[in-house]
Design a protein around this ligand. Structure first.
Ligand code: PFF
Length: 478
């Protein structure tokens, strides 16, 4: 067969005979690493991680988180990349191929399917938050918050999210840019986005760090994030740390698996995973230090989540020298991070439907983009028209999509991936694919993927259900 030629097998799955994906390949291993880092570094790092550390016991939380990253994040990410690189297709078909070649049931492809729908669900609310960020880039640069106090900033925030049309417009703009890039394909779209955004992301992080460090709040920031404060730890802190490890590393979704399908054969999976995990964690810490240095320089209350980014940060930037400029740059940094994550969320679905219907990527990207956009309207309306409408447990649609994916979809898929690769794919193949020639490294990895990761994920899963669903439903907890 000619290079790049595709063959149609019995159940309509195209297989590539030349170890190349039909969707394209990253130009080099570096691009794979950058793309995966781009997917991992996102709103989770800048918006969730710093306040989680401060809120849940500082250094104590960090240690548990590192443990989760090492024992679950590392092996599961390696397994995902391995499946993708062996299959060279969308997550659904890569798993199917590996299952067939290992004489296993085709039902394992279930984990690929959850990636298809999970990605759309996550993107539907992620793009709404990214739309807020886009508006705040503009707001900060325009100097709108100069000299503002907490009440002004709160009022501006409420007026913005209270108006469905403005949130809808920014959400739509973000979705349009995302779909424009993904529709152009792996090289002309995804890789172009990575080429533009990743260098800027790192430069902006350094700029923000230098700015933050010169504002005088660094030591307080370090204390807030790293002091071992066991009194702040709750019994569900390990659950939070583990759930966050999944979200921040983009695992349990098929996104990294889809990216792995375009990874050149040369270059080792284990070192790529090491680099991705280290950079993702470093960015989270450095962004947290930069942000909290600014917040503590003005002795503001660090607050949490959405409030930290959209209420506390604008007050801080509005009252610091050159705050409009650096505030705008900070939101630009968050925007780039959100964008390079968003493009990875669509890849499992786009790759699958292109393979399934053997059709043009642009058409598929448009259809998926419109479906996600329509679904996202529910999250757009969650802060205004439907703000009072809660499904259960007082969750708005946006909360529901967030919690359903983070607490349910990611852990379940992570669990299935570790069981599939650990127990059902011939170990010789896995060892060769991961290039784990050292016996010690292999034993550590196989123990983690077979026992540690599944058991830990199961624990997370049941504890989370208990904390998030059962406990609030108990009458005396309401
Ligand atoms: N890792 C991204 C973040 O930390 O914001 C979020 C994410 C991207 C989750 C892609 C899952 C995914 F497949």
């Amino acid at each position: 067969m000619a290079p790049g030629e595709l063959k149609l097998s019995e159940n309509n799955v195209t297989t590539n005979v030349n170890d190349r994906s039909q969707h394209g390949m990253w130009s080099s291993r570096l691009f794979f690493v950058l793309a995966a880092v781009g997917s991992a570094v996102g709103l989770g790092n800048i918006w969730k991680f710093p306040y989680m550390m401060g809120e849940q016991g500082g250094g104590a939380f960090f240690l548990i988180y590192l443990f989760c990253i090492a024992l679950i994040g590392f092996p599961v990410m390696a397994a995902e990349i391995m499946i993708g690189r062996e299959g060279r297709m969308s997550p659904v078909n890569s798993v199917l191929k590996l299952a067939r070649e290992s004489n296993r049931s085709k039902n394992w492809a279930f984990m690929g399917w959850t990636g298809v729908f999970g990605g759309i669900l996550i993107l539907s609310f992620y793009a709404v938050v990214a739309g807020w960020i886009m508006f705040y880039i503009w707001r900060l640069f325009s100097g709108e918050f100069n000299g503002a106090d907490a009440a002004d900033v709160e009022f501006k925030w409420k007026t913005f999210v209270g108006n469905p049309w403005s949130v809808f417009a920014w959400f739509t703009a973000f979705m349009a840019v995302t779909i424009f890039f993904v529709a152009r394909g792996v090289n002309k779209g995804l890789e172009l986005a990575i080429r533009i955004c990743m260098p800027l992301l790192f430069v902006l992080l350094i700029v923000m760090l230098v700015y933050g460090l010169t504002q005088g709040g660094l030591m307080d920031a370090v204390r807030f994030m790293f002091d071992f404060d066991f009194s702040k730890m709750k019994w569900d802190t390990p659950v939070a740390a583990m759930g966050h490890a999944f979200f921040t590393l983009s695992i349990g979704m098929g996104a990294i698996m889809a990216y792995g399908a375009y990874m050149p054969r040369e270059g080792s999976v284990k070192s790529a995973v090491g680099i991705i995990v280290v950079i993702d964690t470093l960015v989270a810490i450095l962004a947290g230090l930069a942000l909290f240095s600014i917040v503590f320089a003005l002795k503001l209350d660090p607050a949490v989540g959405t409030s930290l980014l959209f209420k506390t940060a604008p007050v801080a930037f509005g009252n610091l020298p050159l705050g409009a400029l650096f505030g705008g740059l900070f939101f630009l940094f968050v925007g780039f991070a959100a964008f390079t994550s968003a493009i990875s969320l669509t890849e499992p679905a786009i790759a699958y439907f292109v393979e399934r219907f053997n059709t043009n990527r642009v058409v598929v990207a448009l259809v998926i983009g419109v479906a996600t956009w329509l679904l996202g309207i529910l999250s757009v309306l969650s802060s205004n028209v439907l703000g009072e409408f809660t499904l259960f447990l007082n969750w708005t649609f946006m909360d529901f999509f967030d919690k359903f994916t983070t607490y349910l979809v990611l852990p379940i898929v992570g669990l299935v991936i570790s069981i599939f690769v650990g127990w059902f794919v011939p170990w010789e193949r896995v060892r060769k694919a991961l290039d784990l020639s050292s016996t010690v490294a292999w034993i550590v990895w196989i123990v983690c993927i077979r026992f540690v990761a599944p058991l830990a994920i199961l624990t997370v899963f049941f504890f989370t259900i208990y904390v998030e669903v059962i406990l609030p439903l108990l009458p005396n907890q309401q």
